[in-house]
Design a binder for this molecule. Sequence first.
Ligand SMILES: [Zn+2]
Length: 244
Amino acid sequence: MEKKRLGIKASLDPDEFNHKLKIKVGLLEIFLRTTDMNDELPGRIQSLLKSYPGIQLTLHTPIRIPEGLVNLEDDDGVEVYSALCDICEEEKRVIGIIMHAGDDRKKIIAEAKRLLKKKPRCADFIHVENCHGALYELESFRSLVKEMGMKKVCFDISHFASCHNEAQLLAALKTLGNEFELYSHISDNFYDAGNPFPKNIGQGVVDLKRVLELIPIGIVETYSKDESVGKEMLDDYQKLLTLL
Ligand SMILES: [Zn+2]
């Protein structure tokens, strides 16, 4: 079996990623901002890759500050995801894109088809995330990803645990792992508590040792008091390593 790959997250601010990458990790998920989406982005990513020869990257859909994340269904969705796909095609070590789809199922499916027509290789990189609402339900999530024509998912543990129990969580991971390429945002939470906000590792009740057995690749998706320093997230990453 391929070695399990766990990583951390950072923005594309060099002060931030250089600080966080003082610990050695093989995978970094870049939380982009819409202000990063310009002609300089490929060069900035290249220089990060050059500074950290062993690392692989995934690109999280950019956030508009203050409005929120770019969904595929948004007016600029296809354009943004198509630009991210170009970077993955260009750089072998940029291995994936984490996509927020949106709420309007009909529109999401139509836009996914438009994106795949424009850039067929997008399906090799895009991981659709169970990021909100109806997508916390397994059937709704897996049927949407299939109808979109995508092959990969980003499964957020805390989102799912917030409205399910442990048996359902483990079953969902097995089902998704059989049907799609599975990537994960890993955090703790309480089952059925209704609050999807990720908890730091050990602050909830999720049996992450069992969860990790079912996840081939993912990043620790927990919050820190100061995100540019990421102390709590880095501590959480070390805790996850002890569970492998
Ligand atoms: Zn996300």
